[in-house]
Design a protein around this ligand. Sequence first.
Ligand code: MV4
Length: 450
Amino acid sequence: MFNKILIANRGEIAVRIIRACREMGIKTVAVYSEADRDALHTFLADEAICIGPAASTESYLDMERIISATVAMKADAIHPGFGFLSENARFAELCEKCNIKFIGPSAEIIHKMGNKSEARKTMMEAGVPVVPGSKEPVFTAAEGLKMAETIGFPVMIKASSGGGGKGMRISRGADDFEANFNQAQMESVKGFSDDTMYIEKYIEQPRHIEFQILADSYGNVVHLGERDCSIQRRHQKVLEESPSVAISADLRKRMGETAIKAAEAVGYVNAGTIEFLLDKSKEFYFMEMNTRIQVEHPVTEAVTDMDLIKEQIKIAAGEKLSFTQEDVVIRGHAIECRINAENPEKNFMPCPGRITNVHVPGGRGVRIDTAIYNDYMVPPNYDSMLLKLIVYDKDRESAIAKMRSALGELIIEGIETNLDFQYEIMSSEAYQSGEVDTDFIPRYFPQYCK
Ligand code: MV4
């Protein structure tokens, strides 16, 4: 097992990883920027080292500084968390070269799955169902239009290096194709320095269903069921739950087996997520694979009674999975609400600043993952997520009741948050009915989409 792990992240996920390490008897090193001298992760780790100015590019995204800190502090592994360098193949490769264990899959797999059109092709060849569309990427509007006419409109134009909705456009017919293709491609060149595009059939009002998988270095792969992440705002997840009301035991078995097949097709190792689109007729299609631990992992932890961070560390240290697929039991229902420093009345504008008072709910089945505290100054330099409230109960109805109760107790003063917006969603007939899809917020909360 590792002696010391450096956590190349900040905020609640850094704290989450420090706790797992401490419970496992592993020493921890925090890295922090000048804006994070008083951050919780800086205090909680056994050791901490400043790696640069507030700007992420000069601290949490600076590979050389993080590698230097790891060598200086004599850590033998790096946990990248999510965001920042977690899906950077060059960083994973640099770790490999420096004899530092990157807690995640190999650089080669990160690179392969980061290229969305190549991932799609790999999955098609492995017999994993993908959204109907092109097998090969396209580079010009003319090539794309030919492809779109074969697939049939409407189509989705996507950037191979895309993510978070960037470099993505719908085209509803031949007359609007060229403009949309060029816009998407321009965005991709600007954002990712890559003009590689691919075309898919547009799936109307799908659900975003993702399967958690764990794979050890001995070829054992298991899935831990699904998360329904359909409720998003501008490609940012707002809340997540497990299990999904849309998934029967039979569908879970088929999608889970497909997720395992997808992971096996690339020789995946560590924790990963297979994202699917699920259409109205319950057909499912591979969309992307995420090669990191995700923000919403706690809902899976709740329903499977597992610790995914500890599993990641054990896998990276070369341990075998201690259980098989038959041992995985999905029990009860979990929901996670993301509480962000943002103003829903002002188009969800980020609202950093000093937190004057925090009070968190508690009780059975209530979990809070956060790095905020009384008098904490939320810096403007990073993601606006402040806190994750996760509830667990025997069924969805009880979990919703618990979430409403917990949201009602949660107090964050001094800055604007989306707490009331989350309470409104939880209290809506639309959410309670379980009829959620990716158009949920624009359809039921249009007042927030101006
Ligand atoms: C799609 C789609 C419909 N059809 N692809 C959004 C982010 C990116 N990862 C993929 N996305 C979508 N791809 C096809 N062929 C609809 C979306 C989509 C979406 C997906 C998941 C959750 C929320 C979403 C909101 C809008 C669009």
